[in-house]
Design a protein around this ligand. Structure first.
Ligand code: C2E
Ligand code: MG
Ligand code: MG
Ligand code: MG
Length: 284
């Protein structure tokens, strides 16, 4: 009886593992196709600057046009690409495309916007990471001051000192650094002071809980105050409601990102969005 039960367990386990492996292979093939046939695309999500009352930044977010990948979300695709190593080629494409896009966007702008680009841990670990970024900046001729790189806490933990040295080199070039998903990783206050970052990006999970209890809103208020006290600015991500926006603004949070401002949209739509706000002096 027990043996029989055990066998069934193995079978269920086998099938789950098999399905997961099949999915990974399917995603890997899909990514390969996207890279070869230029089927990736960038979407842009605006970041609203509370003090200036306008959008000053956009985040570049990867999307795919391939029907082979349509049933997977971008996070699954990125995770698989990190296992297969394809993320290196993806990152390369994303950075170059983001540089080109911000060049074009800023042709329309009196005050140039910044673009945030997500950088994967595997890329940071490469020996030629900094050189790579330099090369793309030179090739595209983009102003380094327009580029903000988003890195996560966890991506820095392995070879911490070496990674910090790389980040300092990037800062030297004039690039800004944002610490993404803050609060979800190790969040050691020991090292926050040692990172050459400009912005802390409070993770959506904190913003979600903010209206639920006073404890949760105090937490966000304190992260913002702490950041300000050590000279950092703050972005809040995942802001969906007016109440969240108002509360964050009252805490002096500099930048607000989320569906309340806009979902990520394609190039044409972000251009229209920015042009409209210039005409209307969009006030929220
Ligand atoms: P992230 O960098 O933390 O990006 C923010 C994610 O939150 C985006 O999901 C965005 O669409 C979503 N978001 C923003 N505001 C709201 C909101 O108000 N409500 C809700 N429900 N969601 C909101 P997305 O585009 O699916 O990206 C997921 C993750 O995939 C990103 O998290 C990032 O870690 C990774 N990723 C996306 N694009 C790239 C890329 O080009 N390169 C790399 N290396 N990673 C990327
Ligand atoms: Mg990000
Ligand atoms: Mg984030
Ligand atoms: Mg996040």
């Amino acid at each position: 009886q027990a043996k029989h039960f055990g066998k069934n367990c193995y079978k269920v386990f086998d099938e789950t593992v098999k399905r997961e492996v099949d999915e990974k292979v399917e995603i890997e093939l899909g990514i390969g196709e996207c890279l070869r046939n230029n089927k990736f695309e960038l979407f842009f999500q605006p970041l609203f600057n509370v003090q200036q009352g306008r959008v000053t930044n956009v985040e570049a977010l990867l999307r795919t046009k391939s029907s082979a990948l349509s049933k997977f979300n971008i996070f699954q695709i990125i995770q698989t690409a990190e296992i297969t190593g394809q993320i290196l080629e993806i990152d390369q494409w994303v950075i170059r495309e983001a540089c080109r896009s911000i060049q074009r966007i800023n042709e329309h702008m009196e005050d140039p916007l910044h673009i945030s680009v997500n950088i994967s841990a595997l890329h940071i670990m490469q020996q030629d990471f900094v050189k790579n970024i330099k090369t793309i900046l030179e090739e595209t001729g983009v102003e380094p001051g327009w580029i903000d790189l988003e890195i996560t806490e966890t991506s820095l933990m392995e070879s911490f000192d070496l990674n910090i040295a790389k980040l300092f080199e990037l800062k030297e070039l004039g690039i800004s650094l944002h610490l993404d998903d803050f609060g979800t990783g190790y969040s050691s206050l020991n090292y926050l002071n040692r990172l050459p970052i400009d912005h802390v990006k409070i993770d959506k999970s904190f913003v979600d809980k903010m209206l639920q209890s006073e404890k949760d809103s105090k937490m966000v208020e304190t992260i913002i105050a702490l950041s300000h006290n050590i000279g950092l600015q703050v972005v809040a991500e995942g802001v969906e409601h007016e109440d969240q926006f108002e509360l964050l603004a009252s805490y002096q949070c500099e930048l607000i990102q989320g569906y309340y401002i806009s979902k990520p949209v394609n190039y044409e739509t972000i251009i229209r969005f920015i042009q409209n706000q210039n005409i209307n002096h969009m006030s929220i």
